[in-house]
Write a protein that binds this ligand. Structure first.
Ligand code: NAG
Ligand code: NAG
Ligand code: ZN
Length: 439
């Protein structure tokens, strides 16, 4: 019953560092459940560890994406036929789509050589961050948000045009197989440093930006070097017997293990032995706490589904400043859609996807009381899912940046993020521009 898991485990032991696990002839099915009974049947199937569910069978789901190894495809097809479920094949050979996700090499000491037509390894992203510190010594400093189980740093940068400003905190890559997330976060960094768009420049100057592209470094390396995307490959790399990994976005100390999380290390939503049991979440949450009272806006990046999620995941109740947060978010998603007509859905986690707790955004909102907290589920809606092709990276990143700027713009209209330091900065800059104009 545990063929896929076992085979991946054995292979990963045998092939450590030698070869990547290949997904030749793995099939991705799009299944359309049409009744509660069918959703229930799919839920049961999800417990069968051989099949990797890319999306969860929840009552609101239009479809459910399930990946099968060639050895198990017959059984999946029989299951679908026996239960009269409609389905179609989205990918007949998953490996083909993995191969299309070009991973490019970053040219050291050339910060402009990171481009948006490829994905990058952890080493390259970290080297780029190092180089930014050298390239922008007055603005960029390196920050270490903590460490990982295997002893890697959670490395980020702070962009600051002068101390004492309110903070925008950005975090990506906590789920390692969601490669578009670190890419989007790197793009935000790049825009804040190089854009000549006035709105972007003001946003860069008015706030202190704390940005971490890869908060699960061990997992990210694992998806690059060993297994690109089995159902375990969003977690960290801590071993539990013959199992690996905690879902770091179920491990935060807010309603830990209450919903949408598992106590079984064999599952992809394993919440860990206790809240903040993992080095990654423990150290990063300590770091965030140390600046918590200065954070005005917190952004977390995931993929996929095209959703903008707000706290909380334990209830569909509209708690705290839900209406402001959702209103600001909807307007930002309007701005996101302008460039390429990409449509996002906005709402709280529980009402938009499903009840799920222990995520970073709920802890930041509930524990640190940060007023504006958002979790992006980036492109796409399931055509490629975790294997978003490289030609979509730039458009995804551009529209995402548009929306981040709009969140800031709308937040001010709704009476948020008007820190005095930020205001002073804007006024100084406006005077500067006027002066420049008259001279
Ligand atoms: C994948 O399927 C094709 C067509 O059925 C077959 O020719 C090929 O050998 C298979 N590849 C692997 C690695 O199993
Ligand atoms: C959900 O979590 C929030 C934040 O921790 C809490 O205030 C609220 O009471 C919880 N609601 C339910 C129904 O458990
Ligand atoms: Zn995720």
């Amino acid at each position: 019953m545990k063929f896929l898991k076992l085979s991946i485990f054995l292979l990963s032991v045998i092939l450590v560092k030698c070869e990547k696990f290949r997904f030749d002839n793995y099939t991705l099915y799009k299944i359309f459940p049409e009744s509660e009974i069918q959703v229930k049947l799919l839920e049961n199937l999800q417990n069968d560890i051989r099949f990797d569910f890319w999306t969860d069978p929840v009552p609101s789901a239009e479809f459910v994406l399930v990946m099968s190894s060639p050895a198990d495809t017959n059984e999946l097809v029989t299951f679908l036929e026996t239960n009269n479920m409609k389905s179609e094949i989205t990918m007949s050979n998953v490996q083909e789509h993995i191969d299309k996700q070009t991973v490019k090499q970053y040219t050291r000491s050339n910060v402009r050589s990171m481009t948006w037509d490829a994905y990058y390894t952890l080493d390259d992203i970290y080297a780029w961050l190092d180089d930014l510190v050298t390239a922008y010594p007055d603005i960029v400093t390196e920050i270490i948000g903590g460490g990982s189980y295997e002893g890697r740093e959670i490395k980020g940068i702070k962009i600051s045009h002068g101390s004492g400003k309110r903070i925008i905190f950005v975090e990506g890559g906590i789920h390692s197989r969601e490669w578009i997330s670190p890419s989007s976060v790197c793009y935000i960094i790049s825009e804040l440093l190089t854009s000549e768009d006035p709105e972007t420049m003001v946003a860069a100057r008015d706030y202190d930006w704390y940005i971490f592209p890869v908060t699960n470094p061990d997992g990210y390396i694992w998806t690059h070097e060993s297994v690109r995307l089995s159902d375990k490959d969003s977690k960290n790399r801590r071993p539990f017997g013959s199992e690996f990994g905690v879902d770091l976005n179920r491990n935060w100390n807010n309603n830990w293990l209450v919903a949408g999380a598992s106590a079984n290390p064999a599952t992809d939503t394993y919440a860990g032995p206790g809240p903040f049991s993992e080095p990654e979440t423990r150290s990063l949450s300590n770091y965030i706490s140390s600046i918590g009272d200065q954070i005005d806006l917190y952004l977390s990046f995931h993929s996929f589904s095209q959703m903008l999620l707000v706290p909380y995941g334990n209830t569909t109740e509209h708690l705290d400043n839900y209406y402001d947060v959702v209103n600001i978010g909807r307007r930002a998603m309007g701005a996101l859609s302008v460039r390429y007509q990409t449509q996002y859905v906005t709402g709280n986690i529980a009402e938009t996807i499903y009840h799920a707790t222990g995520g970073s955004v709920d802890w930041v909102k509930g524990h640190l009381r940060v007023p504006l907290v958002y979790c992006y589920e980036l492109r796409d809606r399931g055509a490629f899912g975790f294997l978003l092709p490289t030609y979509q990276i730039l458009p995804n990143n551009e529209e995402t940046m548009d929306s981040v700027l709009e969140i800031i713009h709308q937040a001010k209209r709704f009476g948020y993020m008007n820190s005095s330091a930020g205001l002073t900065g804007s006024i100084v800059m406006m005077f500067g521009l006027m002066l420049a104009y008259f001279l």
